[in-house]
Design a binder for this molecule. Structure first.
Ligand code: CMC
Length: 428
């Protein structure tokens, strides 16, 4: 059996043989299909990349029909149970789990890069008091790159790794300082005795105590949430990271672009939108009416439901639901939980959602946990971005080392006018 595809062009009667690799044909191989010798050749039309693989990748595996997610081959369930966020970030970026020494050195390096240049405070102070945390994060990330002009040396592996350390380390400080600035609290500086998540909680919530002691349950819950959000193969923001990075810009600028893609409500902004939706529904008894409105198209979408790839329960949502109960043991139950549970119960039985294979996704329950932990709702997408930088960076590095990759530059099918004559203003 030949690994080829035979295509007959019925316009010309000509037949073409196209190689198949990994169940895929190369779109560029279709260019030889022409009606006339001076034709451009055939292209594929695939808005939103519904059926186009843009890269070969060994980082994250998803089987959307079976609800499977693996990082570098390790099931997400095992990582969520046994790993830490920093170990998972190492796995994504280096491709293998670290040895004890490698992990100790990685943790030490990240921890010792959390501090920001003091000038950075002026930038944070200059935002308006109610500036959205994602707008702050996007611009802060781009600005951070200006402190490290050497970051342009993207093909120097040592220099590249140093920027990755800095980005993973400093994003928690940027997020926390921006929050403190919003509420007029003095900045709490990093504490190198604490874990990555413990330190983030410290910078967020430290009051006047000499030493902040994070709740072990909340610290671990955040680790799990960060592990679950660390990568998700070629989603919208990762695609932005790769596309922008393909111009060989520095990683700070590419991360800022990826964060901007994440901000939208159809992507990482959904966790914030879920909380707004649950708050608007307000009471369990209003749930059936809300579902009816969603189905008729009047109530918007059921936020936190549906996924381009998962046509089954998102495995991350299952784990998050469990974490929610553990967190609520410490914080008290989030009153919106009952509304979320009722929405899920009805939606999973309702024909509209069943037919379209719409299940809760990662964002459905995460917001409830973040709210119970006292994170303000507009910060939820920042909590998605913090761990996702390790995935973005792993994908960016893989792209730079992939000899198949070039600057991302799609084609178009031009539908506009041609060769018009310029019309003078007075005759328009
Ligand atoms: N509520 C109601 N109907 C929905 C929903 C929803 N959440 N999601 C999809 N549908 C319907 C949609 O109207 C369409 O129906 P029809 O065939 O009658 O026109 C059908 O399901 C297919 O939807 P689609 O928009 O073609 O699917 P997509 O793969 O382009 O969109 C999605 C995926 C995640 C953007 C979408 O499901 C959605 O908007 N969900 C709500 C937002 C959300 O929770 N986003 C977070 C995604 S997970 C984390 C992340 O990636 O950031």
């Amino acid at each position: 059996m030949a690994d080829t595809l035979t295509i007959t062009d019925n316009r010309t009667g000509k037949t073409y043989e196209v190689p198949i690799t990994d169940d895929t044909i190369k779109a560029i191989d279709l260019r030889k299909i022409k009606v006339a010798d001076d034709d451009f050749g055939m292209m594929t039309y695939d808005p939103a990349f519904m059926n186009t693989a843009s890269c070969r990748s060994a980082i994250t595996f998803i089987d959307g029909d079976k609800g499977i997610l693996e990082y570098r081959g390790y099931p997400i369930e095992q990582l969520a149970e046994k790993s830490t966020y920093l170990e998972t970030a190492y796995l994504l970026i280096h491709g293998a789990l670290p040895t004890k020494d490698e992990l100790a050195s990685w943790q030490h390096t990240i921890t010792h890069h959390t501090i920001l240049n003091e000038n950075f405070r002026h930038l944070i102070d200059s935002f308006r008091y109610n500036a959205h945390p994602m707008g702050r994060l996007i611009s802060s990330m781009a600005a951070l790159g200006t402190f490290y002009p050497e970051s342009k040396e993207i093909f120097d592996p040592e220099c590249r790794m140093k920027q990755m350390h800095r980005i993973i380390a400093k994003i928690i400080t940027i997020a926390a300082f921006n929050y403190r600035s919003t509420i007029g609290m003095p900045y709490a500086y990093p504490d190198n005795d604490l874990s990555y998540t413990g330190n983030f909680l410290n910078m967020m919530f430290k009051m006047t105590e000499q030493k902040y002691k994070p709740s072990p349950v909340l610290e671990r819950a955040l680790e799990v949430l960060f592990i679950l959000h660390a990568d998700h193969e070629q989603n919208c923001s990762t695609n932005a990271m790769r596309a922008v990075g393909s111009s060989h810009v520095d990683p700070y600028s590419a991360v800022a672009a990826a964060a901007a893609a994440l901000y939208g409500p159809l992507h990482g902004g959904a966790n914030e939108a879920v909380l707004q939706m649950l708050t608007e529904i307000g009471n369990v008894k209003n749930v059936p009416d809300f579902i009816t409105r969603v189905k008729s198209g009047e109530g918007g979408r059921l936020m936190g439901f549906g996924h381009r790839v998962y046509k089954n329960y998102d495995p991350r949502a299952k784990i998050i639901k469990q974490v929610a109960y553990e967190v609520f043991e410490v914080t008290g139950k989030n009153p919106l939980l009952d509304i979320a549970l009722e929405l899920e119960r009805i939606a999973l039985e309702d024909d509209y959602f069943v037919k379209r294979k719409l299940y809760p996704n990662v964002d459905f329950y995460s917001g409830l946990i973040y709210q119970a932990m006292r994170f303000p709702t507009p910060m939820f997408t920042v909590l998605f971005a913090i761990p996702r930088v390790s995935g973005w960076l792993a994908q960016w590095q893989e792209m730079l080392e992939d000899s198949d990759q070039k600057i991302a530059r799609p084609r178009q099918i031009y539908t506009g006018a041609r060769t018009l004559d310029y019309v003078a203003m007075e005759t328009r």
